[in-house]
Design a protein around this ligand. Structure first.
Ligand SMILES: [Zn+2]
Ligand SMILES: [Zn+2]
Length: 231
């Protein structure tokens, strides 16, 4: 009798995985063709501090003029179609395998950290938002990252005390003032090097506000890890 290929046998028993973008049968959450077409960001063409576009990879004018509280940002993908589709699938449908996939891609493609990170902190959602959605998509990703890196995961230490989604109609100055008191941290973060994990970064003001809160709580340094960034 021919020797049974157990691995193949078991794989055949599992339902074939389909690509989250084109539905083709894939060995992963996103098939090779769709994966190759995604707008992966080249870190040496971004501002190292805020990950905005900077052709020579120099610190951008905004960061020179008003340095944010975090010292660097790593961002994996440009936030546009079809990345937006992947993110909303995770955000509104709690597609857990995608959180794993994002974490896996992040660790595969990002430059190794210069200095050891002591803990990962997902950007918290406001309790109203959390109640509505039932989960925090950034936390799904940060949990996977922490697990793979063997780093501490601290999703409960910071609270979002102000709902920034209620800012429509406010002036820029009013919004900026509100951003200052969005987060509260009651723990002592003394001496810790932290990485904030966010799914999508737009202006960076949320990450800046959270970083300030963490530095005020004693953190030694804060950097930002995001899956996607708008440009
Ligand atoms: Zn595909
Ligand atoms: Zn910058």
């Amino acid at each position: 009798m021919e020797k049974m290929n157990w691995r193949r046998f078991i794989v055949q028993l599992l339902p074939p995985q389909s690509c989250a973008l084109c539905s083709a049968t894939a060995g992963n959450n996103v098939c090779d063709a769709c994966c190759a077409d995604l707008p992966w960001l080249e870190q040496d063409r971004l501002c190292p501090v805020c990950a905005s576009l900077s052709p020579a990879g120099l610190v951008c004018g905004d960061c020179l003029k008003t340095p944010p509280a975090f010292y660097r940002t790593l961002s994996l993908l440009e936030y546009r179609f079809p990345v937006s589709q992947l993110v909303s699938r995770l955000k509104y449908r709690q597609h857990l395998p995608l959180a794993n996939w994002f974490a896996e891609q992040f660790l595969l493609r990002m430059p190794p950290a210069g200095e050891k990170i002591d803990a990962l902190i997902p950007v918290p959602l406001h309790p109203n938002r959390l109640k509505e959605r039932g989960f925090n998509q950034s936390q799904l990703i940060s949990r996977q990252l922490a697990k793979r890196l063997g780093t501490a995961h601290l999703p409960q230490l910071v609270e979002r005390s102000f709902d920034t989604s209620q800012q429509a109609g406010l002036s820029r100055t009013e919004r900026q003032r509100n951003m200052r008191n969005v987060f509260t941290c009651r723990e002592n973060m003394s001496g810790l090097r932290l990485a904030i994990v966010d799914d999508v970064i737009t202006t960076g003001s949320t990450a800046d506000s959270l970083s300030r809160t963490l530095l005020d709580a004693g953190a030694a340094a804060v950097e930002v890890w995001s899956i996607a960034r708008t440009h």
